[in-house]
Write a protein that binds this ligand. Sequence first.
Ligand code: PLP
Length: 392
Amino acid sequence: MELDMETELKRTWTEIDLDALLENYRALRDRVGPDVRFLGVVKADAYGHGAVQVSRALQEAGADYLAVSSLDEARELREHGITMPILILGHTPPDQVGELIRLHITQAVSAEAKAEEYSAEAVKCGGTLKIHIKVDTGMSRLGFLCAGEHFEGGVSRIAHSCALPGLEAEGIFTHFSVSDEPGAENVAYTKAQFDLFRRVIGALEQQGCTFALRHCANSGAVAYYPETWLDMVRPGILLYGLTEMAEELGLRPVMRLKTCVSTIKTYEAGTDISYGRLYRTQGRTRVGVLPIGYADGFFRCFSNGYPVMTADGPAPILGRICMDMCMVDLTRCPHVNVGGTVEIFGEKNSVNAMAKRAGTIPYEIVCAVSKRVPRIYYRGGEAVERKLWIRD
Ligand SMILES: *Cc1c(COP(=O)(O)O)cnc(C)c1O
């Protein structure tokens, strides 16, 4: 495929390794076995990787379900030929129920009042809306409250919701808050969440209310809690090969962020570099300018010290990262010239380590790579597709 990306390649780009994605998918699939279905979480543009391309790859590979945050995200997938089941995890306004039915999209239902609104709309449209009941077992975000004194009431509100006309309750799910964190307290909390989820399902079954898809295992639970896999698992970050869990499971990072050197100048000792004069050269310093800044998703907290990777080894950022550019010390990288490729994260600089340095999680680093940065998709080592949002 002929790729017209000369201008973007001269600036900053990401490489999305679809082979790594598919390897991760197969490894996770093997891990959970043939009897457990697989939902790939592709919300937030597949954690910044490109929801359409990731979903296409998962659809071809035989995944069973996808999950997104909103109707807009679901619609984007349908408009790009994704035909497999899609679950919306977040809220959809009831006046969009006709659209959900038309596009064959499954909606999470987190409260009885919402179930009633959705039911009324579905009946008005003359269709059936597929729903998954969300149970709040301790995340304290969305879902029917069923803990402690709320158990009986919660169960009966779920049963009533499932029996409403125009709704087909295909699934029931819950979400863990600390399944990815070690420590006895977190293990106990996760087990208590799972136990409550099982008891809610059990009580509903006794009333004849059953679900084809019972699911709760996010990445943490796929890694550490096999007993929670039930009918379907629901990993996100593991698919993208990030977090220490992914390292432990031998999964590979899917995204690399690269830029190149646009200018090089040598300054004498005592020269102040960038906004705020945070860095002053100690001796003669060969300074490169990189056309990447915080508007591309290279956080300002990486100023002054973060080592980007050149073909000639690591090179520290000098002074503040600007909106569109930053400076790097190439004194110890004499073979790096204008046009030389620089890795912000990728094989040499892991997103996991970068996140730790920034006091955040790998999720935030990849989600923050901005829409100004083109995504270039690789398969079999070759660039097969390119996506640039701001010019399309
Ligand atoms: C985001 C999300 C997931 C995936 O979480 P990971 O930690 O990326 O595996 C699963 N379920 C729900 C409800 C989510 O919101």
